[in-house]
Design a protein around this ligand. Structure first.
Ligand code: NAP
Length: 279
């Protein structure tokens, strides 16, 4: 196998990014762990990661990080596009300015950083792009429409890119985690709560929101949810495999729901979701 190193990872201040950076460092890889607040990366630096500031919504920050890696290592070997978050709310009532901001991170940040590393990968004749999508890039829950749209976009971009860059020796891999215990869920609820219209009880969707919040909290507190190391292990596999799979689903529950969605069709899926949310 050609070396997958160095590995550049976004969003390493917490959760999946942090766990992945640590696991890859421990497996002996040269890892550039990045975050928009690099002071959050002190533990990863002690563990042996190289750390860089990188905000995926800031062109200069992205260009500077890629230049540093290329100056030191020639080219980025593997890019793990992990930075992302969920802007949740009913389709009708969600502030589209907030949705656009989420797309800047989840979709355009991922796309732009990928554009910046590809010339170096093409020159090197090797490379790998690992995009952290979600089971939410294959299935959709109410109140998550815009977040899911951002992950469906990641899936589509990855499918196009995979074919485009294959001739240059570059692989594209999508990782689709299910419920993972990280900062993600807290940020979802904070986001919904910070929207005055929804907390004042004025929302036409108040009942749905209450049920969604409960269903989300309940499912993250069961064994259906796992720690971020489960995703890190899969990313490690995707990085080290001679011939990586195009997609890796993480958690049995995510696999089951994606299968139900695919085999059951729209009506079966809607019935399942309504039962889950007690609607
Ligand atoms: P997390 O603990 O909240 O981590 C999200 C990371 O993204 C943080 O490091 C955050 O940095 C970073 N980030 C946000 N905006 C950024 C920006 N503009 N530039 C650079 N970094 C930015 O949540 P997580 O679960 O590990 O999320 C990681 C990825 O997994 C996301 O793409 C998420 O959609 C996906 N995912 C999560 C789950 C789940 O259940 N947890 C399931 C499926 C997919 P700050 O600390 O600076 O905000």
């Amino acid at each position: 196998m050609t070396s997958p190193d160095p590995v550049l990872i976004t969003g390493c201040s917490s959760g999946i990014g942090e766990a992945t950076a640590l696991m890859l460092v421990r497996a002996g890889h040269t890892v550039y762990a990045t975050a928009r607040r690099p002071e959050t990366l002190a533990d990863l630096e002690i563990a042996g990661a190289r750390i860089l500031a990188l905000d995926v919504t800031d062109e200069e920050s992205m260009a500077a990080a890629v230049k540093t890696v290329e100056d030191e290592q020639g080219s980025v070997g593997t890019l793990v596009n992990n930075a992302g978050y969920g802007e949740y709310g009913p389709v009708e009532e969600t502030d589209l300015a907030r949705v656009r901001t989420m797309f800047e991170t989840n979709v355009f940040g991922l796309s732009r950083l990928t554009q910046l590393v590809l010339p170096g990968m093409r020159r090197a004749g090797r490379g790998r792009v690992v995009n952290i999508s979600s089971m939410g890039g294959r299935i959709v829950f109410p109140v998550g429409g815009y977040y899911h749209a951002s992950k469906y976009a990641v899936e589509a971009i990855s499918d196009a890119l995979r074919v485009e860059v294959k001739p240059f020796g570059i692989d594209v891999v999508v990782v689709e985690p299910g419920l993972i215990r990280t900062g993600f869920e807290g940020r979802v609820n904070e986001g919904i709560a910070s929207d005055a219209g929804l907390t004042s009880g004025q929302s036409a969707y108040a009942e749905l929101l209450a049920k969604s919040e409960k269903a989300t909290a309940d499912s993250y507190s069961t064994r259906l949810a796992v720690g971020p190391d489960s995703v890190a292990k899969v990313v490690l596999k995707a990085v080290e495999a001679d011939r990586p799979r195009t997609r890796y689903v993480v958690t049995p529950a995510a696999r089951a729901m994606i299968a139900l969605r695919k085999l059951g069709g729209d009506r079966v899926w809607d019935t399942f979701v309504r039962a889950q949310f007690k609607l």
